[in-house]
Design a binder for this molecule. Structure first.
Ligand SMILES: [Zn+2]
Length: 88
């Protein structure tokens, strides 16, 4: 199965729908995680660059061993492919 990522913040979504946000009708979003998308709306109205800055510390912490500038560089290449930012 293809790995799915949140189409806003790039977070891996895992094999269950646990991490998915909800649409306005209460169904699960197929594209966005619960941190980005809730009740049919984005929780944070920010630009792609702002989203990257929010995500950098998370990416660079924990087990990844990634430095902040490496994480930022990776996301600047990855984020423009995500649905939320593609059209902008
Ligand atoms: Zn997200």
């Amino acid at each position: 199965m293809e790995e799915k990522y949140c189409q806003s913040c790039g977070m891996p979504m895992g094999a269950t729908d646990e991490e998915y946000g909800t649409n306005a009708d209460g169904s699960k979003s197929e594209d966005y995680c619960k941190y980005c998308y809730d009740n049919g709306a984005f929780t944070q109205n920010c630009t792609m660059d702002e989203m990257i800055e929010i995500c950098v510390p998370h990416m660079a912490s924990g087990d990844s061993g990634m430095k902040e500038d490496e994480a930022r560089k990776m996301m600047k290449e990855f984020f423009p492919t995500l649905k939320r930012w593609k059209a902008a």
